[in-house]
Design a protein around this ligand. Sequence first.
Ligand code: IPE
Ligand code: IPE
Ligand code: MG
Length: 241
Amino acid sequence: MNYKELVDKENIPKHIGIIMDGNGRWAKKRGLPRSMGHKAGSDKVVEIVESCYNLGIKALTLYAFSTENWKRPSDEISKLMELLIFYVKTQLAKIKKNNIKINVLGDYTKFPDKVVSEITKALNETSENDKMILNIALNYGGQQEIVRATKNIISDLNNNIITLDDINTDSFKKYLYTFESPDLDLLIRPSGELRVSNFLLYQLAYSEFYFSDVLWPDFDENELCKAIYDFQSRDRRFGGL
Ligand code: IPE
Ligand code: IPE
Ligand code: MG
């Protein structure tokens, strides 16, 4: 089925989040090292960012490395860092041309210096862009994000920048990494796992969930459109009737 043709261009989700999972299993199925799965997965990032851009999605949040992924073997972590540098280096010119703003969710300063400098460059060079926001979750955890926001709120309170009455569910959002993105409409998780793995815990309060058995390196534009098409059939009530 060609889902791209079926998608209603007038009802595109504003903000999509993707848990890019299944690289390891994709490689294993082919008798390849896990690193090859990550390489294939990073190629998909290029394709899906472009598709989201062409569909007019305002914000795309990609889960690239969780606070829990440090538990992996160091050679796998190094490979992921290498791919991250490669991604930024090869894609930055196009991202700039397309007026896309890069934003990082998570404390990326814990990454190796080379990664930090490439990312800092990408953040600086795209900070004025406003066609689309590409949020990349790096060393990100949803619980950590909420704790961080809480600490910053307390600090603002102590410094008399805000009062207790200023704190509410909306103002809280301003303390999250996604403060510039619209509410998360659609959460996609490929690879068949039915969990959120510490991703966007605050933001997904009223998101629609889409789980797919397709592994991330096989997740293409048609799969993305299939998810959006499915999203468009949902009755979002937000607690109302
Ligand atoms: C997702 O693929 C990539 C990262 C978490 C960085 P995995 O590496 O988790 O792949 P599986 O889940 O082992 O198949
Ligand atoms: C979630 O995938 C993190 C990323 C995709 C970056 P994991 O593979 O780490 O999650 P679990 O371990 O299956 O929950
Ligand atoms: Mg996984």
